[in-house]
Ligand binder design. Structure first.
Ligand code: SF4
Length: 268
């Protein structure tokens, strides 16, 4: 990858060299410049850690480092916060910087560069849903409020650090400060699968429950606890698991209108 032929890389290197614009966060990765042409990549959690306490990792080792989470489970979404921490990588030039980023967050650089264009064309939930076929075609049947519940559950900052720029229903897009500078330009495969399941659940026979505020508060707290402590063998891509944190958060989103005020906010 040559910076001379790659305007995205040139722009990134220039941005990192600018004291007011640097550092940047691409998902769980912090990018900063440590002098002209000197770049550093590390986990955002290590931003304040003395660099001498971090393990130095070469660019060609980053793809393996990003493959599994801290429990050794495969990371289908490279923007999830569960990237292993405790390392630092110092690409020697802009080309190596591009390679490093591509290993840690594939497509992150090109999406970031594309999103600098005010005329950027993002793919809304409706456009995305309307072009689905086969087992996913029914996600177009979700109402706007249902699609918003799916987006809030799937793209929550606890699960994904790309900032959602694609519109859905009435909810606004994510601010960079709340997640990172890496944009999300259209729904991903995880969102597609959660939307499919949400549609299937919406077709199930309904039950009627009568619960008071105290019971509802207990349910919200139980959900928050389960979301924060998923089973150790749960895989992020396995949305068939009823204990999947995104499914639990989707249930919480559905309960939101009935939750008492003290537990209405997400238990982050
Ligand atoms: S659709 Fe949501 S979960 Fe998927 S990459 Fe985009 S922001 Fe992340």
């Amino acid at each position: 990858m040559s910076s001379a032929k790659n305007p995205a890389l040139e722009r990134l290197a220039g941005t990192l060299g600018h004291p007011r614009l640097s550092p940047l966060r691409f998902g769980p990765v912090l990018l900063r410049s440590n002098g002209p042409g000197v770049f550093e990549l590390l986990h955002v959690e290590d931003a304040s850690t003395d660099p001498t306490r971090l393990a130095v990792v070469e660019v060609d080792a980053l793809a393996v480092l990003a493959t599994n989470d801290r429990q050794g489970r495969f990371r289908p979404n490279k923007a999830s916060p569960d990237l292993v921490a405790g390392w630092i990588c110092r690409p020697r030039d802009p080309e190596s910087l591009g390679e490093a980023l591509e290993s840690l967050l594939p497509g992150g650089l090109s999406d970031w560069y594309a999103a600098l264009d005010p005329a950027l064309g993002v793919v809304s939930y409706r456009e995305f849903a309307d072009r689905q076929t086969g087992m996913y075609r029914n996600i177009a049947s979700l109402s706007d409020p249902e699609a918003c519940e799916v987006a809030r559950a799937c793209c929550d900052v606890r699960f994904c650090l790309r900032r959602r720029l694609w519109p859905v229903g009435e909810i606004g897009v994510d601010a960079a400060a709340s997640k990172s500078d890496a944009p999300c330009l259209e729904p991903c495969a995880l969102l597609l699968e959660l939307a499919r399941r949400a549609h299937r659940m919406s077709q199930e026979e309904r039950s009627t429950l009568h619960l008071g505020e105290t019971d509802l508060a207990s349910i919200a707290v139980a959900l928050d606890t389960a979301i924060a402590h998923p089973p150790s063998d749960l895989r992020e891509g396995d949305l068939s698991n009823p204990a999947h944190p995104r499914r639990l958060l989707l249930l919480r989103e559905k309960l939101l209108p009935w939750l008492p005020a003290p537990v209405r906010g997400k238990g982050e």
